[in-house]
Design a protein around this ligand. Structure first.
Ligand code: ARG
Length: 406
């Protein structure tokens, strides 16, 4: 008796995978696993109904809390890839691990997904699965299936494929972002119609300010009310989305090298990332901020690749954790014109002295304005030398000839 656990959404790809895994791959038994990372309720209904109609043993795993926590690690790392806050990317290892666990509990011999051979998700799933001893099957990729072939096959077999997610766009939704791609959007010069957006409204001209509280770089409250990660993200998606915050339309460079037109909505992510960066601006030193950009960029890249448990990431997180001990305080965000802009920030760890920075003070402690004169004389010194602005013939050099301190 051989058994395979399939990452199951109830959409066309994973639905046709069920009979194919039995007929083409020869497994006796298929179980479907749907992992909850904050998809809309209809998607679970669809998965449930389709599983029922297929007679598929179906498991649903709630991984929202774990996924939300990972998204907030992304906030500490200011994580974006080409403007995209990595919703799909960060969800994949969480989903893959949850499916692996169900597979092991149910004595499965293999794992399967319905990803194509063109995208990133096949790589992200398999990076997790191939560290187990189970077989990995990718029917859509391995059998070279196209959407057209799948539709025909489903019609022939009378498979239940008329659920919710079968519109023109290919959509992937979770707590952190909603992605829309495919069909006319594949033309980079095609202007997206308004109906691709579900989380964001066009800005109306109204504005609102909220205060986000951070502890150790993690957002923990909105307007003084403490919220768990899932609730915090859901709340901000709704609120910031109503002001049109967090739309991205980009040409994304996928891991295989393909460029793909992507549209995303991510109101909470944009709000939290902007707020977090504003607070870092107040508390971190210039050199920490500059160096952390390199760390953050690497973290984001590993996040995009679905390799969030790589040793490098743990090392990067060591640096991040050290810097975040001071990223505690509040940031006021104003929603305005489709933007979430930081308009005020406050922290007991501010690396800031109003007295030193102010135009209104002349001397603070033992530092006076005039002390900058020496600095100004040296600033750009080598540039003047190199550009021959200094006439060396006229230079009078005085060297100590006697004594010295040796
Ligand atoms: N390109 C994005 C990524 O690789 C998201 C793809 C989401 N899938 C979709 N069917 N819209 O992370």
């Amino acid at each position: 008796m051989t058994r395979v656990a399939l990452a199951f959404s109830g959409g066309l790809d994973t639905t046709v995978c069920v009979p194919l895994l039995e007929e083409e791959y020869g497994y006796d038994d298929v179980i479907g696993v749907t992992v909850d990372v904050g998809q809309p309720a209809e998607e679970f209904d669809e998965a449930e109904e389709t599983a029922d109609a297929l007679g598929l043993e179906h498991y649903v795993v709630d991984a929202r809390a774990e996924f939300a926590q990972l998204c907030l690690e992304g906030v500490r790392a200011n994580a974006t890839y080409q403007g995209y806050p990595l919703g799909t990317a960060l969800a994949r290892p969480v989903i893959a691990n949850a499916i692996l666990e169900v597979a092991l509990e149910n004595d499965c011999d293999a794992l399967a997904h319905g990803c194509t051979g063109k995208g990133n998700d096949q790589l992200r799933f398999e990076a997790v699965w191939r560290s187990s001893d189970l077989e990995v099957c990718a029917p859509v990729r391995e059998l070279g299936l196209t959407r057209e072939w799948e539709l025909e096959y489903a019609a022939e077999r009378d498979l239940p494929v008329d659920g919710g997610n079968d519109g023109a766009w290919s959509i992937d939704t979770n707590l952190w972002s909603r992605s829309v791609e495919g069909d006319e959007l594949e033309d980079p010069n095609y202007v997206p119609p308004a109906d691709i957006y579900e989380w964001t409204q066009d800005p109306t001209g109204e504005t609102e300010e909220i205060v986000i509280g951070f502890e150790d770089g993690y957002p923990v409250s909105v307007d003084g009310e403490e919220l768990e990660p899932v609730a915090l993200i859901e709340h901000l998606n709704e609120l910031a989305g109503s002001y049109g915050v967090g739309r991205t339309d980009s040409m994304e460079d996928r891991m295989l090298g393909l460029k793909v037109r992507e549209n995303y909505e991510h109101p909470a992510a944009t709000t939290l990332l902007n707020a977090h960066e504003a607070l870092e601006g107040l508390v971190l030193t210039q050199e920490e901020r500059e160096f952390k950009q390199l760390i953050d960029q690497r973290w984001s890249k590993k996040g995009y690749e679905g390799l969030i448990d790589a040793p490098l990431v743990r090392a990067l997180e060591g640096f991040i954790a050290e810097t975040q001990t001071r990223v505690t305080g509040t940031v006021t965000i104003r929603f305005e014109g489709g933007q979430a802009r930081a308009v005020a920030r406050d922290s007991e760890y501010a690396a800031y002295s109003a007295a030193h920075a102010s135009f209104d003070t002349e001397t603070v402690g033992d530092i006076t304005q005039e002390d900058a004169t020496g600095v100004a004389k040296y600033h750009g010194f080598q540039r003047r030398l190199a550009n021959n602005v200094i006439d060396r013939e006229d230079e009078t050099v005085s060297l100590a000839t006697d004594g010295g301190d040796d």
